[in-house]
Ligand binder design. Structure first.
Ligand code: GLU
Length: 292
């Protein structure tokens, strides 16, 4: 099957080997099938995302030998698209405004539940808010997030029988209820990762999503949004996360393993790609090959 794949980084830091693994997974699946590899910049978080990281991202991917169609979709330039999705969900009674601060949430949850992605499950305070009080707060300009009413969303026809297709494993049961009432529009940004990623995968005709296993749990939620919005369901391939020699997951904060640092230390593109292809532990990636 001809695959349309994507690499969808958030430019909050320099590319590291984990990103390279994700980008290569998408690149290989697309090129081996005679398909297309799309680059998308997930930069809705205007505080954490920085233009210089976008420029560096293009430069690093280009240096690695990857290419992609222009123009690149930058999510921050398409907030109207996400607004329309929110309007559609709202028109179906699936959203409600949440005025809670982090502190309110922590205080309201006597025994806080964690969602499969580690975030705190919302205790539902604002879902039960008296409509008059809600109107008052909205009129007063109180900042709010928009949350999905998970109970209602699961009443959508067919919503409780969903599966997603994991390559090599087949259909996986979806249990989005474990996420509770997730935020679909943040207080500071009128959209959220879950909303934008599912919208854009549909818009860009992505057939195969390749990404790190840390995002596997969220797929149940993405599948629910796709179902409610009537978007096609791509297939998924979640790859293992790269770890350093001590078994710690590679992250942007580890500047030593950024592609930038490896380039500066004399690595070649082929060597970086080979290192990213190492499924388990990568040792001493901060020093140039030959020096260890
Ligand atoms: N933008 C997300 C990130 O950088 C990845 C999105 C995805 O692959 O679904 O973590």
């Amino acid at each position: 099957m001809t695959e349309i794949t994507r690499f969808a980084p958030s430019p909050t830091g320099h590319l590291h080997l984990g990103h390279v693994a994700s980008a290569l997974a998408g690149w290989r699946a697309a090129t081996e099938s005679g398909g297309r590899f799309v680059l998308r910049v997930e930069d809705i978080d205007t505080v954490r995302c920085r233009p210089e990281f976008i420029a560096d991202l293009y430069a690093d991917l280009d240096w690695l030998g990857l290419s992609w169609p222009q123009p690149v979709r930058r999510q921050s330039l398409h907030m109207d698209d996400y607004r329309r999705v929110l309007d559609a969900l709202d028109a179906n009674g699936l959203l409600y405004p949440c005025f809670c601060t982090r502190r309110d949430i922590a205080e309201a949850a006597s025994a806080p539940h964690r969602a499969p992605d580690g975030t705190m499950v919302y205790p539902g305070t604002c879902r039960h808010m008296d409509p008059g009080r809600r109107a008052e707060l909205l009129a007063a300009g109180m900042p709010y997030a928009l949350r999905l009413d998970m109970t209602r969303a699961l009443q959508w026809p067919g919503a409780t029988a969903l599966t997603w297709h994991e390559m090599g494993r087949g259909p996986q049961p979806c249990q989005p209820q474990h996420f509770g009432d997730v935020v679909l529009a943040r207080k500071d940004v009128p959209a959220s990762y879950h909303l934008c990623v599912t919208h854009d995968d549909a818009l860009q005709g992505i057939t195969l999503v390749t990404r790190g296993a840390d995002l596997m749990a969220a797929t149940a939620l993405h599948r629910l949004l796709q179902h409610i919005m009537g978007w096609p369901a791509p297939r998924y391939r979640h790859h293992p996360l790269l770890c350093d020699a001590s078994g710690r997951r590679l992250a942007k904060r580890d500047g030593a393993v950024s592609v930038r640092a490896m380039r500066a230390a004399g690595w070649t593109p082929a060597q970086v790609c080979a290192a990213a292809g190492t499924p388990d532990h990568i040792s001493a990636v901060s020093s140039a090959p030959g020096s260890h």
